[in-house]
Design a protein around this ligand. Sequence first.
Ligand code: ATP
Length: 364
Amino acid sequence: MQSRMSTYTVTVVPGDDSAPEAVRATLGVLNAMDLPIVFDVLPDGETFAKMDRAESEAFVRAAVDKSDTVLYGSTSGRTGGMAYLRWGRGTYANVRPIKWRPGLPSPLRQPEGIDYVIVRENIEDLYCGIEGNLAALLASGLDTRPWGGRIEARYPPSAASDGRFAVKIITRENTARAAHAACRLARQRKATGSPGRVTTAVKWNVLPRSDGYFRDVVRSVAAEYPDLELEDYLADDFARRLVADPYDLDVVLLPNLYGDILSDEGAATIGGLGVVPSGCYGEDFAYFEPVHGTAPDIAGRGIINPTATILSAAMLLEHLGLVDQATRLEAAVDAALAAHDRLTPDVGGPAGTGDFAAAVRERL
Ligand code: ATP
């Protein structure tokens, strides 16, 4: 008797601007794979734009709560659910593989061998969105003098300044969660031949009490993994290293803002934003999305590169335990890129989104 495979429900959120074009192309590939998955495909951003914010949020949230996991295109604000997926579901580790694949362009002379993973802490730092008027901060009683008044500043912020502030939050708990995720991943990769190294980067010299705290927590977590090596950098020096010497990197652990910025830099070395997938993982839930945004400048032209979304779908399959199917999908992407005949313009080709997706489908 044939054993029954479980059927999974995956919510697919097409998103805004160009993102739905990449998501539809990805669904075309997934539908050719005979997967034990029911896809619940939500409307595009244009439909959500007609709802009010609360209605759109509730709609996406209800779908997410009924599913095992989510493939999320990208949003510029019309499609809701992003904040719920991150903060509501506590997806604290955003895992972004930066791997050069044959066929992809690079501004580096030698992109061969670039293969590391950025783990970006996903729910803290400046991305908590706590901002306000400087006047309110000055009135709060917090000492706002540069360097606590140790130097008499010529141009300090004052009640007369028209200014704003933003708050950066780093907690031990969430830093440790992301650090454990990075260490577990480094262990997994070590088992298949990677060096077993976690590299972290912050501005601990300028921000000892926030960035320095992040670094201290990472150090204490890493001490629980004596089989791994911990390396740490100043964030600006690390930005240099990502371009000058990315070859020995294995797992890179960064706070939210630096992680966001530096992963776009890493992407540039391996073919650009169109090819970098990601997964956001929490304790009991994960969802998957390309690293890129909605690419509004090319919306409607049918040229968005679907590679990042297709590879995000491969990460999703792996998360569901469909490991063979994930491997098969990634191999088909690799073969289509290497064939180099139907690449999209962002990676130097003449083809459209659907043409590249067809090239992947044919190689499944
Ligand atoms: P976000 O802040 O939401 O991540 P962003 O500011 O990084 O967004 P993107 O939407 O990612 O902006 O686009 C940046 C540039 O990269 C744009 O010129 C866009 O067209 C291009 N781009 C992004 N993703 C792709 C893709 N998949 N295929 C082709 N070009 C892309």
